[in-house]
Design a protein around this ligand. Sequence first.
Ligand SMILES: *Cc1c(COP(=O)(O)O)cnc(C)c1O
Length: 294
Amino acid sequence: LVRWDNSLGVTDPIYPVYIDSNVMCGRAGVLENGKWSNVTYMPCMETNDFVPQIPDHRVDMIYLCYPNNPTGTVITKEELKKWVNYALKNDTLILYDAAYEAYITEPHIPHSIYEIKGARKVAIEFHSYSKTAGFTGVRCGYTVIPKELTAVTIDGKERIALNTLWFRRQCTKFNGTSYISQRAAEAIYSPDGKEQTKAVIDYYMGNARLMYDALKKLGFRVYGGVNAPYLWVKTPDGVDSWKFFEQLLYGAQIVCTPGVGFGPSGEGFVRFTSFGEREDCEEAMQRLAKWMKS
Ligand SMILES: *Cc1c(COP(=O)(O)O)cnc(C)c1O
């Protein structure tokens, strides 16, 4: 839908697909010191409470993901409003990934960017069923492209509705989701489906709570895990992400994800996931406690 040379902005650390897909179509520029030249990185770190700063220049497209993978942090309505206003002012397209929307537990956190006035003019929103209903293998989700959303042509003379372009693109290159997958997706919204998916999400969030409490008790600095299935954990003693990953793997037989794999600002963190069995989470925390003691 957009040109190969449009610039983009991402929060850092971030879901690597946003970068990789742009690298593949040649939009990211060249790699210099671990960063792509046509990408604006907006650091989310302890020092700014994981709240990204709005760029001081114009960017064509911005990816936002809330609740966030990997940090597990969320955005308030007030902060989200700033992004929508930036996009309206600068004619920026926001790509809003709400993959973990169903994991929000706190009442004041926005579930959709369209809760913000004006967002329908500037934002595309993605909803994967992968995390909501365990569709990682089934492959289904949906994309919202409001009819009001337009983008300007390169000569600046015309505004084009992205919904029309998207429809044309889907009919040519995709042709639709298989009937059986659609029926499975439909079932998520049935009374039984709602209850069952909620029960599974509650189970995972129970894992998150369990690990959050255990890690805190062991003295770790822990973020996320309240409105998201991920815990973003600061490594002890300034050890780098990969070193701590190795220590946990060989010392405690625990697997986590090195934070630096999500971008330069992820250095010094690891990500723990709550997508597992309760017993395994308990065992992992016991192993960790034992390893820390030794
Ligand atoms: C898992 C995940 C998705 C979903 O990807 P699918 O291709 O739909 O399985 C989207 N965004 C983020 C941030 C994710 O972590």
